[in-house]
Design a protein around this ligand. Structure first.
Ligand code: MLC
Ligand code: AMP
Length: 499
């Protein structure tokens, strides 16, 4: 019986006592430790009724047990659904109702709040925490071997929610083949081996930290210094004994802001990779001047895994995202007609290949809008491709803000702000920010006769939205700037309020 993802990422490590996860508390888990822990967790999952294809919602901290839980989910043939720990109860209710999981796993401190939410869909709720939880207690008593459940390449391994321009989050269905094929290509492309030691400072509820970082390390047998959260001091301290860092651009600007980061500090490092948001050319250049390393920038999406990458050996050009990942097709098309454009023209990035997801969970119309019948996925990113195939991203056709590598969809925030009785209408947009790349600003038009109170509006928004989505600045206007079609001109707002 085969389970292609488990067989590639985990099975080969059974019995291996080499170090795998190095935790903040200094405890080092071998590959075999993690495999055995996953087996124990897998017994608990099946014991509470998780069957192949069932969704497991996970909103938990970044612990070695969370990694083992991901392995257990794959091993039992379940569909792993990780959620940002910053999401509010209101946000979680939507995801849980939409995905209809069999099991919800959360931090012990959130159990009381989430139990009724899980009950609404008939899901079991268990807890996972740094000091233990009901899932971990149950696992402690289980056998350390588990018969892997067979899964084919097209079966789902994960469901990752990504917000949309319509304001409703969509679950991107990722198959075993989607995840495995991309990890295999990236290991080759970036030359990851069992001699590598990755500094893992990203969250493990998104594509970057979970799939790009963890799947490639598992496949290559690399060691992972699993940081429970981003901490610049720890990152700098770990560098002399590590070889690899994967980060969002904010990691690199913060490193540059610290005098301890220099050539000597980075001497043992083999590769710095950046993605999830645009890396400024000036950051790329300053980083090279300081450390002697050229950051390798790559580009991807939740729905597609990694699409392009700068080369390992060739030129890593600042301000470009490199070439199509092998096995993945990339073309630039006319956003109106979908016709392929010649080299040098600005257009929409479309991609096709084993990396491209299976569609949006329970949303066939949304899937049809973004995934063409011929298999090309319309990314919403605008780029130009040079005649040698090198891609440079020049903008976005979708209304999206990226702050510190987190995607923020203005429509979702505008809907929440507009529901406030003092607000007639709002327009949310991003302005350049030195640390997070972009920061969120909300332009508000008050209801006639009402006064907008920034503080009260922020409290209202915070009840619905994760903290990282909240506007950092409110500006009250008499009217929003609109074009002749009545569409709000966010470029005008950006121009006026980018200071
Ligand atoms: C945290 N905060 C943010 C924020 N992160 N605000 C805006 N944007 C962000 N990204 C807020 C918190 O709510 C808090 O608010 C304050 O900032 C400090 O929080 P923190 O937790 O101490 O922040 P910090 O640890 O410094 O986080 C910064 C960061 C983090 C860059 C380390 O944002 C991060 O890990 N980003 C990575 C995101 C990621 O993994 N993206 C990949 C998506 S996958 P207050 O009010 O309490 O002070 C993808 C596909 C692909 O895009 O291609 O990879
Ligand atoms: P997500 O939906 O969280 O997967 O975010 C995907 C989006 O992040 C892409 O559609 C791009 O807009 C953006 N992105 C990812 N990597 C890069 C990059 N290297 N440069 C510019 N934008 C990027």
């Amino acid at each position: 019986m085969t389970n292609i993802l488990y067989d590639a990422l985990f099975s080969p490590h059974a019995g291996q006592d080499m170090p795998f996860l190095i935790r903040d508390d200094g405890i080092v888990l071998s590959f075999d430790d993690v495999i055995k822990r996953a087996a124990q967790l897998a017994h608990v999952l099946t014991g509470v009724g998780v069957s192949p294809g069932d969704r497991i919602v996970v909103q938990a901290g970044k612990f070695s047990d969370t990694i083992a839980l991901y392995a257990a989910s794959v091993q039992t043939g379940a569909v792993y659904l990780p959620l940002n720990t910053a999401y509010t109860k209101a946000e979680l209710r939507y995801f849980i109702a939409d995905a209809g999981p069999r099991l919800v796993i959360c931090d012990p401190k959130d159990a009381a709040t989430l139990t009724p939410v899980a009950e609404e869909v008939g899901a079991v709720l268990m807890t996972l925490g740094g000091d233990g939880g009901s899932l971990q207690q149950a696992a402690n008593k289980q056998p350390t071997a588990f018969d892997t459940v067979a899964r084919g390449p097209d079966d789902l391994a994960a469901l990752l929610y990504t917000s949309g321009t319509t304001g409703r989050s969509k679950g991107a269905m990722m198959s075993h083949r989607n995840l495995l094929s991309n990890a295999q290509e990236l290991v080759q492309l970036w030359r990851i081996t069992d001699q590598d030691r990755l500094i893992h400072a990203l969250p493990i509820f998104h594509t970057h930290g979970l799939f790009v970082a963890m799947n490639t390390s598992l496949l290559a047998g690399a060691q992972v210094r699993l940081m429970s959260g981003f901490d610049l001091d720890v990152l700098i301290e770990e560098m002399p004994r590590s070889t690899l860092l994967m980060g969002v651009p904010t990691f690199y600007t913060r490193l540059l802001g610290d005098a301890r980061f220099d050539r000597q500090r980075a001497a043992n490092m083999r590769l710095f990779i950046s993605g999830s948001a645009p890396l400024l050319a000036e950051t790329h250049q300053a980083f090279e001047a300081r450390s002697g390393h050229r950051i390798l920038e790559r580009y991807g999406m939740t729905e597609t895994n990694m699409i392009t990458s700068n080369p390992y050996d060739g030129d890593r050009v600042a301000g470009t995202v490199g070439f199509a990942v092998p096995g993945t097709e990339v073309k630039i098309t006319d956003p109106e007609t979908g016709t392929a454009l010649p080299a040098g023209s600005i257009g929409m990035i479309e991609t096709r290949g084993p990396n491209v997801f299976q569609g949006y969970w329970n949303m066939p119309e949304k899937t049809a809008e973004e995934l063409r019948e011929d298999g090309f996925f319309i990314t919403g990113d605008l780029a130009v491709m040079a005649s040698d195939g090198r891609v440079s991203i020049v903008g976005r056709a979708k209304d999206l803000i990226i702050s510190g590598g987190y995607n923020i969809y203005p429509k979702e925030i505008e809907d929440v702000l507009n529901a406030d009785p003092t607000v007639l209408e709002s327009a949310v947009f991003g302005v350049p920010h030195p640390d997070s790349g972009e920061s969120v600003v909300a332009a508000i038009v008050a209801e006639p006769g009402q006064t907008v109170d920034d503080q009260a509006l922020q409290t209202h928004a915070a009840a619905h939205l994760a903290k990282f989505k909240l506007p950092r600045r409110f500006v009250v206007m008499d009217a929003l700037p609109r074009n002749t079609m009545g569409k709000v001109q966010k470029n005008v707002l950006r121009g006026r309020f980018s200071t």
